[in-house]
Design a protein around this ligand. Structure first.
Ligand code: SF4
Length: 742
């Protein structure tokens, strides 16, 4: 049993990458109603309903939010009931929702997982198994999953739903800086004179960050905000300029900016000469894309004056932060888009200084933490590289690993294709719902239905993915979990438990360790998450700048050796955290690359020459509209949490297809009526809306709805599975579709 505190517990929001600090105020002795109460027992249901749940407030001392919360975050206390929770291990013989899973003991369930994986590995080799994990996992969970798969099973077939969200930013950072590093911090937004938001509806998707920008505009009206987005989103309310470019034309816009800056002598020659490589090649590529403002305006379908004004604002302002998010990343040329933005900051030396730099903001609460421990199929832990023999040897030695993976594993889309083809025969899916969230989601569902062994660990008993599981493992939810997450500005914060584990639920890291031991592996006997964090921190220090391994920014040397009490008391801190001077405590690092020394072996950043490239699938007469997907303000992912709160449905109550009234007229559909959205890959049904700021030719459908809330409302079934060749991130922002009456 966990010793759960009874008073105020400081923790971190489990939703977006802003990573707001929260206080959970336990108003009754916690756990009296929830402890192990199966929801099918009427008396427990009643008791659960009557139980006063903890109140959730913003943490005034957390640097990310200083007490502020958005609507979703503020409603978290209403999501803590046990309705729908998976509270005991369960199994079914076929991966089919029609067969009710039978409750089994932990021994039975975990033996089935361990023996199932071992049998597949023995017969088909380690690459016949896979883990598909989640940016919802804590860093400690992620670390153990990665260690088990890459160091002991001997495959790199572990990928994450973060692949769908920010892997293009990761790839762009690595190409430019030599490491997956976000050089800026939230305070840089407040120090900036110009904030450019590209492909980011921060007002809905990162609301507290948006509130910080709004306050900044109030306090310093001279601050300018530019929004680059095909849609006129809620974020445009703050914009001095909305650059409503043609979907997919971002590289042309930023290549044009690069040419504009260079042509007007705005290159920071001393910075570029001393700290970068490749400027000439990048300028040649940019010029080949058109170069002049008129040509950019033509390609991006913008007014010449709009392009001119954006370029003039960028050119005239030293302190510029360019914030980018899924609108940039979720593209078949997402990595090039990222580098086209970074190139402009490198050319002007606007990086490593207060109020200046490119800023990737992550969608999920721990997408950054997953990257730190190598939770992507092409990475090793501690920002080390899987395709580098010296790095592999270093990690193998540190782990005492018997069987290191020697090559990158399957990224999300090819992973599910390998399941479909029968090459991957056993998969363990943790804390995510790919039957809803993946592109070509119907194929993903069919693939899992054919897979020999599907293990799902989740907090919910029924999801579109859990319905296909052979083995269901109950996991801890927010409020019960104990570990760390890292937000978009590299700040590590604690998620602390304030509720006891319900039923038989266990921590994800604990399940992974138990299965590892049952598979016969050593090195998985952690007394608690603090010990995993310590191992993770120690690994970050090994070979950092020695033994042929280039120095990395990622370094938690100052957080090694934390006792359980020190781990519990850990205050939010930004990595890198170097060893503290004697007699002082660890301090984080606010901003990176201030000294102009980047993470490539020669210390120089790289300009990456990029050329504009249209999305993989263009519109045609049969599919004349571009489907764009994303979040609505008050829901999260597949709504397993936000769907429990009636007041959150007030903003958007059902799946909707936002479209321009002229397009609706041409398609023969009317506002308020149901319509079918169809692509070459699948179809879904949603209600037509004329809001959403849609330009002609584009429609927008939210990602949240699924079979648990409405039939046929999975937009993932419609989305094409084209991916970026470098990052593997799918093109969620551009699928040709038609809309027809339902
Ligand atoms: Fe949570 Fe993001 Fe809202 Fe902050 S802005 S409360 S992290 S959802």
């Amino acid at each position: 049993p966990v010793d759960v505190p009874h008073a105020t517990v400081r923790t971190t929001c489990p939703y977006c990458g802003v990573g707001c600090g929260m206080e959970a105020v336990c108003v009754t002795a916690p756990g009296d109603a929830r402890r192990g109460a199966p929801e099918h027992a009427p008396e427990n249901k009643q008791q659960n309903a009557q139980a006063a749940m903890p109140e959730i407030h913003g943490d005034a001392l957390h640097p990310a939010n200083a007490g502020r919360l958005c609507v979703k975050g503020a409603a978290l206390g209403e999501t803590l009931g046990l309705e729908g929770r998976l509270l005991a291990p369960a199994m079914r013989t076929r991966g089919d929702a029609k067969e009710t899973p039978r409750t089994v003991s932990w021994d039975t369930a975990l033996d089935a997982v361990a023996q199932g994986f071992r049998a597949v590995i023995a017969e088909h080799g380690p690459d016949a198994v896979a883990f598909y994990v989640s940016g919802q996992l804590l860093t400690e969970d992620y670390y153990v999953a990665n260690k088990l798969m890459k160091g002991f099973i001997g495959s790199a077939n572990i990928d994450t739903n973060s692949r769908l969200c920010m892997s293009s930013a990761v790839a762009g950072h690595k190409r430019a800086f030599g490491e997956d590093v976000v050089p800026v911090c939230y305070d840089d937004l407040e120090a900036a004179d110009l904030i450019v938001l590209v492909g980011s509806n921060a007002a809905w998707c990162h609301p507290v960050l948006f509130q910080r920008i709004a306050r900044l505009k109030e306090q310093r009206p001279a601050v300018r905000v530019v929004v680059v987005d095909p849609r006129h989103t809620a974020t445009c309310e703050l914009a001095d300029l909305h650059v409503a470019l043609k979907p997919g034309s971002d590289v042309w816009l930023f290549n044009g900016l690069l040419s504009y800056l260079a042509d007007r002598g705005l290159t920071d020659r001393s910075f570029v000469g001393a700290h970068t490589h490749g400027v000439a090649e990048a300028l040649v590529a940019a010029a080949a894309d058109g170069g002049d403002i008129e040509s950019v305006a033509r390609t991006c379908k913008l007014a010449v004056q709009t392009v001119q004004r954006f370029y003039e604002m960028f050119a005239a302002t030293g302190r510029v932060v360019t914030v980018f998010s899924q609108g940039v990343n979720q593209s078949s040329s997402g990595t090039d888009k990222v580098n086209s933005i970074i190139n402009c900051h490198l050319l002007t030396g606007r990086i490593g200084k207060p109020g200046a730099g490119p800023f990737s903001i992550t969608g999920q609460p721990n997408a950054m933490g997953g990257r730190e421990v190598g939770g992507l199929a092409n990475m090793l832990a501690a920002h080390l590289e899987l395709d580098n023999a010296a790095h592999r040897a270093l990690v193998q030695d540190f782990w005492g690993a018997p069987c290191m993976a020697v090559q990158p594993g399957l990224k999300a889309v090819p992973l599910f294709e390998a399941i479909e083809a029968g090459r991957v025969k056993a998969v363990w899916i943790m804390g995510t719902n790919p039957v809803v969230s993946m592109p070509e989601a119907d194929r993903v569902r069919a693939a899992l239905a054919r897979c020999e062994l599907v293990v799902v660990s989740d907090v919910m008993a029924r999801t579109d993915t859990a319905d296909l599981a052979h083995v269901l493992l109950p996991a801890l939810a927010w409020g019960e979990k104990d570990g760390t997450v890292t937000n978009s500005e590299r700040r590590i914060s604690r998620q602390r438990p304030f509720l006891p584990p319900p039923g038989a639920a266990r921590a994800d890291w604990d399940l992974l360790c138990d299965v590892a031991r049952r598979m016969g592996y050593r090195g998985f006997d952690y007394p608690g998450p603090h010990a995993i964090f310590d191992e993770h921190a120690r690994l970050s220090t090994v070979g950092n700048g020695t033994g042929g391994v280039a120095p990395r920014q990622f370094n938690l040397a100052g957080l090694t050796g934390l006792s359980r009490a020190a781990y519990d008391a850990l205050a939010p801190i930004q990595w890198p955290v170097p060893c503290p001077a004697t007699g002082t405590g660890p301090t984080g690092t606010v901003r990176l690359y201030a000294d102009g020394r980047f993470s490539h072996a020669d210390g120089r950043a790289r300009f990456v020459p990029v050329r504009g490239c249209w999305p993989a699938h263009g519109i045609d007469n049969d599919y004349p509209l571009v489907l764009n997907t994303g979040r609505v303000r008050d829901h999260w992912h597949t709504m397993t949490r936000t769907g429990k709160v009636p007041r959150l449905a007030g903003h958007t109550s059902e799946a909707a297809v936002d479209m321009h009234p002229h397009d609706a007229l041409l398609c023969g559909v009317r506002e308020g009526e149901l319509a079918r959205v169809r692509s070459r890959w699948g179809a879904m049904v949603a209600r037509v809306r004329h809001g959403g700021g849609m330009p002609r030719g584009s429609v927008f459908v939210p990602i949240h709805w699924n079979a648990q809330f409405a039939s046929d409302a999975r937009v993932g079934a419609v989305v094409n599975a084209a991916v970026d060749a470098v990052s593997g991130e799918p093109e969620f922002k551009h699928t040709p579709v038609q809309v027809e009456p339902f």
